[in-house]
Design a protein. Structure first.
Length: 321
């Protein structure tokens, strides 16, 4: 009787959890433009929902743990917070002054990390800045120590955070093309590509069409192999990728076209699926280089299913007792 009771409870709970985990809200896509066009909010099918044109040169966008969108506005040397639904400007959270801003991202600790070149106008000094995240009691306070003169970083661009706290920094003034793998203030390795790095849901690093071992791999930064097959897509090598948490597929942007490819582990992994936007310039999203999807959020119905499942497990327990 006890074993049957336990199985009934486990089954009811498992059904509830599967309903919760298997049903994920549609994820919207946000694209930042480099040439002063602003930040665009799109559906995953490419339909424009709204935008914020007040942002100058966007050098990276990231979602914070508070659910808001943070934009690195290099025209005004500020990090600006946006409401992801209305795209309303919610204020600046960091001002770099006369320094030249590179990428911005959130670390695994929920804090903000931003790369600076020409600190206070001095092109011989670079800096990695650590800022308390929006959910912390000291939110948006610059934390010490900042890391200065981070040789051999020349002109830091996009930042990508690994789950273990490491960072990947694209140095866009290295004409050989390099993405540096940082652990604290130490450079652990390099990925020699001229495109923006993205850490995928599997922890590996995706750059252009290729996949590299992530920070927790047995051989970090080693080339695993080609991930994207561009056949049929009509696009060049993508400058940035974004993984859709709703369906697992990956969206690729080469600055002209936005295309969808099969996600990690799927039967069509890395294969061309469809073109979302054939001409970004004609769509008014020219110069787009940075993309991010809304983090996955359970559908309200799946939460209801979880509640009813757990309620059912409790009813079974009471009845059998």
């Amino acid at each position: 009787m006890k074993m049957k009771l336990g199985l009934n409870i486990v089954c009811a709970t498992a059904v509830s959890l599967c309903a919760l985990l298997g049903s994920v809200a549609n994820a919207d896509l946000y694209i930042g433009t480099f040439w002063g066009g602003g930040v665009y909010h799109l559906s995953d099918t490419g339909q424009k929902i709204n935008s914020n044109g007040g942002i100058g040169t966007c050098s990276e966008i990231a979602f914070g743990p508070d659910g808001n969108l943070y934009v690195n506005d290099t025209n005004h040397n500020m990090i600006t917070k946006l409401n992801p639904t209305t795209m309303e400007d919610m204020g600046d959270v960091y001002n770099a002054g006369s320094s030249a801003m590179g990428g911005v991202t959130f670390g695994s600790d929920g804090d903000i990390y931003v790369a600076l070149a020409a600190v206070n106008g001095d092109w011989n000094t670079r800096r990695l800045v650590h800022i308390a995240g929006p959910t912390k009691s000291n939110a948006f306070t610059e934390l010490a120590p900042a890391v200065d003169n981070v040789w051999p970083l020349w002109n830091p661009g996009t930042l990508a955070a690994a789950p273990n706290g490491d960072f990947y920094i694209y140095d866009y003034n290295d004409y050989n093309g390099s993405i540096q793998h940082w652990h604290g203030i130490e450079v652990l390795g390099y990925i020699y590509e001229k495109f923006n790095p993205v850490v995928g849901p599997d922890g590996n690093v995706y750059v252009g069409v290729n996949r590299y071992q992530g920070a927790n791999g047995t051989s970090p930064d080693a080339l695993i192999g080609q991930f994207l097959d561009l056949t049929g897509s009509g696009m060049g090598t993508p400058s940035i990728l974004a993984f859709n948490p709703a369906d697992g597929d990956v969206y690729a942007n080469d600055g002209t076209r936005l295309c969808r490819f099969g996600g990690i582990g799927k039967a069509n992994e890395g294969k061309y699926v469809s073109t979302i936007i054939s001409d970004l310039g004609a769509a008014g999203i020219g110069g787009s280089r940075y993309m991010v999807f809304t983090p996955s959020v359970p559908e309200p119905g799946s939460i209801v299913a979880l509640v009813f499942g757990l309620f059912g497990a409790g009813a079974i327990y009471r009845r059998k007792k």
